[in-house]
Design a protein around this ligand. Structure first.
Ligand code: CP3
Length: 344
């Protein structure tokens, strides 16, 4: 494999001294960039994701356009539910599953194992290796067990906090455990496959960690996260865990779970530090909605990160959740440049 020229992210993840924090942004590959919008309008998201050459091109867009310090694989967390037999369609309202597991009496009997869909991500990684000229590291990812199970049970995103899925966890405990186990097995195949194809960093997105009480998360879902990330770590790849909305449950994310914790915009970085083991790295956590403000307002907010970095140099600049379509691309460019040029 070609030697990386930009090692800032890996150095930070491994706790080596760096001159500035690395910067990349959740959902940087899709959504904001005009070129992505053109491709997405032309092919549709599902086809774009399935075409390794185009998906690798989209993966590189934010690196070429904004100069971020890492690329993230262009794919989706719902690939694993698809490999488990769920049909997923992407609509304007987001992902939709026409036959979610809640519509069956015995969901486990409906599960299949078809790893062929995972191959598309592996091919994208292969294609990316050829295109990137060894410049930046590639971040692979998968979804968390709770987030993916919410979709698998209810079939689409939800404004009511996935109440039907959460009711199911309480009323069908044994089946939930079996579903989590099946999800874990498939995710391990997916995650370790990504490592074999050459990703350098792995992030697990648990975007709905906040929809259940901390204790339920610890009992039912955290063991699965630990297993998936341990499989990745045992292959020598550093791991980032993003448990969005976990709040006061952060202390359960101990160093045996992951190397670095991605902090959401609800929790301040200093508060997160006080709740986590001192050996752990942090990532985050600018509120993506602040990207709608004027540049002076954004710059004033960014200043506070300088003193944070001096107190806690093992930190990756990122957002506290992903970019959304309506965010002005020029403000994203402004933030990335600011991070790269500030006097840290
Ligand atoms: O930077 C990237 O975009 C990298 C690839 C990536 C996608 N999805 C592509 C995508 C990643 C890392 C994801 C993760 C993902 N997908 C999560 C967890 C992260 C998070 O931000 O919370 C979740 C919950 C999903 C499921 C999903 N996929 C939703 C809810 C949606 C619709 C809303 C949205 O986020 O845009 C998708 C569609 C999707 N996945 C798009 C992209 C680029 C948008 C497709 C389009 O409209 O062009």
């Amino acid at each position: 494999m070609e030697k990386l020229r930009n090692t800032l992210l890996l150095d930070t993840l491994c706790g080596r001294e760096v001159s500035r924090p690395p910067v990349w942004l959740m959902r940087q590959a899709g959504r904001v960039l005009p070129r992505y919008r053109e491709l997405s309008a032309q092919y549709g998201f599902k086809k774009l994701m399935a075409n390794a050459d185009l998906a690798a091109t989209v993966t590189l867009l934010p690196v070429d356009t904004w100069g971020v310090d890492a690329a993230i694989l262009f794919s989706d967390i719902l690939i694993v539910p698809m490999a488990m037999g769920l049909q997923v369609e992407w609509t304007r309202q987001g992902p939709q599953m026409p036959r979610p597991l809640l519509s069956y009496d015995d969901p486990c009997s409906r599960l299949k194992t078809d790893t062929s869909i995972l191959e598309q991500s592996f091919r994208t990684i292969d294609s990316f290796q050829k295109k990137r000229h060894g410049v930046v590291p590639l971040i692979g990812f998968c979804g968390g067990p709770l987030t993916c199970l919410c979709y698998m049970l209810q079939g689409n995103g939800s404004k009511d906090g996935f109440t039907e899925a959460v009711k199911y966890f309480y009323t069908h405990r044994r089946t939930t455990e079996l579903l989590v186990d099946a999800f874990t097995e498939m995710s391990i195949i997916y995650a370790t496959g990504q490592v074999q194809h050459g990703i350098e960093v792995f992030q697990l997105f648990e975007s709905f960690a906040g929809v259940v009480p901390d204790n339920l998360y610890r009992e039912l879902f955290l063991p699965s996260v630990r297993r998936i990330l341990s499989a990745v770590r045992s292959l020598g790849v550093p791991t980032i865990f993003f448990p969005k909305g976990i709040g006061a449950g952060l202390p359960m994310i101990t160093p045996d779970v992951c190397d670095t914790v991605s902090i959401d915009w609800q929790t301040s970085l200093d508060e997160a530090c006080s709740l986590l083991h001192p050996s752990m790295g942090l990532q985050g956590n600018m509120d993506p909605r602040l990207l709608h403000a004027s540049k002076p307002v954004i710059a004033r907010h960014l200043e506070q990160y300088i003193s944070f970095f001096r107190r806690h140099p093992r930190w990756i600049f990122n957002l506290g959740h992903g970019l959304t379509k309506d965010i002005p691309a020029e403000n994203v460019a402004f933030v990335v440049n600011w991070v790269k040029q500030a006097h840290w």
